[in-house]
Design a protein around this ligand. Structure first.
Ligand code: UFG
Length: 349
């Protein structure tokens, strides 16, 4: 029997892509990966959760000066001017608030910003020949899952914070939008826990005030800015009693956006959802130990009470993104933590 092998060449074109929140943590790393791919990112940001020096650093890393607009995405007219001037083919929407605890304190601010900015974009996208849309979602939509790892089919659970609810609402808005805008191809990326920084240590996360997230707290403690890390609960039903998360290097996460745009260029159907995680979970104590091993710096910690709203354990089933997007995480947990430390040290200099 003669076997005939047919090979489908995947054709992808370089694109001009609007990156809202492009000076932020995940946004800036995505800008780097887009430049590396030969795309032309156009940044919109108002530095409310970033800093202008990030733009200089982007130039240092990539050799390119990104086109930049200082704009609040709630400003519909301002956004429209950018669409008209730049004529992008794709949009990736990061600009949103992301602190779970803050969202409980200021729910209206979260609803207005996270939902309002997406509404503005979805008003403009059909009028400006945008073909591709990538949305920054979160594994928070799965709530406290009964079965782990979670797949994209795992049930969406009632949100435990206004922040989580905004992600669920935005996902639903995009789903409804896609039903009537078949020509606009959309990917929702459900991020697990982004950590690390660009390996150069030139860009990274800039937490506002006392960090809520684990890794910035660990690096600030190691740098002597915080006395000690509080581990939020040591009596969970896990191997060492601390919560389990799927920590993904931010550059790997950023690369998933580039792969999402490439994927969309070869799709007929127009609505797709992917988990972006490593596929394995680590406990809080494992993260602390991995940090100490990678950096040879000791982190002072104590086990405190549980944090309200924490899910015990969540990590990704990432088989869909591995097969359909041809994406793979390149960095280990230790590498990610070493890069976070490099970034922390650059801030302390
Ligand atoms: N933790 C500590 N001490 C700290 C900070 C965190 O022990 O000082 C623990 C948390 O209790 C949790 C783990 O470290 O067990 C990870 O906590 P993070 O705050 O870093 O991350 P979360 O998993 O709570 O939240 C993250 C993002 C959210 C997103 C959510 C989805 O910050 O935006 O994942 O699960 F919605």
């Amino acid at each position: 029997m003669i076997k005939i092998r047919i090979r489908f060449e995947v054709q992808t074109e370089r694109m001009k892509i609007l990156v809202t929140g492009g000076a932020g943590f995940i946004g800036s790393h995505t800008v780097v990966e887009l430049f590396n791919n030969g795309d032309v990112p156009i940044i919109i940001d108002d530095f409310r959760n970033s800093d202008p020096f990030i733009l200089e650093r982007l130039k240092e890393i990539t050799g390119n000066t990104p086109v930049f607009y200082n704009l609040d995405c709630l400003d519909l007219k301002g956004l429209e001017d950018v669409f008209e001037k730049e004529k992008p083919e794709g949009v990736v929407h990061f600009a949103a608030y992301k602190a779970v605890g803050e969202s409980v304190e200021k729910p209206v601010m979260y609803y207005e910003n996270n939902i309002g900015t997406l509404i503005n974009l979805l008003k403009l996208v059909p009028q400006h020949n945008i073909n591709y849309f990538v949305f920054s979602s979160s594994c928070t939509v799965y709530g406290d899952p009964e079965v782990i790892p979670v797949t994209e089919q795992s049930p969406i659970q009632e949100a435990s914070s206004p922040y989580g609810y905004t992600k669920q609402v935005c996902e639903k808005m995009l789903q409804d939008f896609c039903k009537v805008n078949q020509n606009i191809k959309t990917v929702l990326l459900r991020y697990f826990n982004p950590i690390g920084s660009h390996p150069s240590g030139l860009i990274g996360e800039l937490p506002n005030g006392v960090p809520n997230n684990l890794v910035p707290y660990v690096t600030q403690t190691a740098a002597g800015q915080r006395d000690q890390l509080t581990i939020n609960g040591g009596d969970y039903n896990t191997s060492d009693g601390t919560c389990i998360r799927d920590y993904i290097h931010v550059s790997d996460l950023a690369d998933a956006h580039v792969k999402a745009f490439a994927f969309l260029q070869n799709q007929i159907s127009n609505f797709h959802v992917f988990n972006v995680g490593t596929g394995s979970g680590s406990t809080v104590l494992e993260v602390v130990k991995a940090f100490e091993k990678a950096t040879k710096v000791t982190v002072k910690y104590f086990i405190g009470p549980r944090r309200e709203g924490d899910v015990v354990s969540i990590f990704a089933d990432n088989s869909k993104i591995l097969t359909e997007l041809d994406w793979r995480p390149k960095f280990s947990l230790e590498e990610a933590l070493l890069h976070s430390w490099r970034w922390q040290q650059s801030l302390s200099d």
